[in-house]
Design a protein around this ligand. Sequence first.
Ligand code: GLY
Length: 410
Amino acid sequence: MRKIILLMCVAAMAACCGEKAEAPLSEVIDIALENARTQYTLMAEKYEPQEGRLPKSWVGKVGEEGGEDISSDSRWWCSGFFPGTLWYLYENSGDEKMLAWARQFTDRVEREKYTTTNHDVGFMLMNSFGNGLRISQDAAENERYKEVLLTGARSLATRFQPHIGLIRSWDHNRDKWQYPVIIDNMMNLELMLWAANYAMEEGFEDAAALRKIALSHADSTMVNHFREDFGSYHVVSYDTLSGRVEMRQTHQGYADESTWSRGEAWGLYGYTMMYRLTKEQRYLTQAQEIAKFMIHHKNMPTDYIPYWDFDEPAIPNVPRDASAAAIMASALVELADFSTPEQAAEYMKVAEIQVRTLASPEYTAPVGENGNFILMHSTGGFPFGSEVDVPLTYADYYFIEALTRLKNRL
Ligand code: GLY
């Protein structure tokens, strides 16, 4: 806490003297992680007695009394993010309380391994059980987590139609779309590839099929979801008989032909992750082209926190999306590892600006405020007036992941 106040004083003094005093990045990271640990301690204490519940968002005004916690059960697509952030905070601090909570809240998501009615199983399980498997040192727990992940990937695989070549995203809006696939679905391929590798090690016969599903989905998304400039469509729907594209639309973006910022960030992260896990050059090229689109877009602000949609006509008078910035920052730090020195320097410069901005009082809430979320100012579903300028679990998750990746790289 003392460190946080000190940093804020330095920033305030610099502002009043008209100087640009920049704390070393390593210090910014340490303070942001410590601040996050304090906030998430309060969050975990609050949710521990609420059986089966997980934080989702908060509605209120930072700095004012009141406000309302918004929670969900494990069915909400974001249920894995809070446990995932707890795992990262444990990894960064060694705080045993964080470990106990990470385990406890991860278990709250376990039943999602049987979910076959949407594509979000990867988000739910990889961030919770996947991080747990990576970080936990408990052999029995690791075996149990592997079973959950494999079962989850097999559930997700039931949503793949070979003649279409993609995993179906949603079952809702059946009168509108025959077979909707959203750009976000790229993120679920990490679970699929983890399962393919594990199944291969164990000699399970579906190993090759699971890998084929992931690559097929990534390849078809590359062809059908992106425009020539590498901006993306949010929803591409396929004809269930012919397997061909029937329409390209938006759901959470401004317009069918606009580029929804978080969707583009999912694409950047998704193809970077696909390259990490397959070393297929085409995925690296795709990720680098998406990075170019985002970094050099005429509507990207100088602090690199995107407006909620790149093509919203009312820019700059529209909400930002801190979640898109956090996802992008985390992806760029990883992409830098795979890129030329020139590209890496650009990605790291942008990620650093994003992280410094997110870690500043402009986006990071004071301890004890903001419903105990770390970041303010994310946008969930602007077109429906849902979750506009609020904290969201996934903004926090990718921010902490970006801080961890940066810390490991420094
Ligand atoms: N996957 C849903 C979203 O990004 O809002």
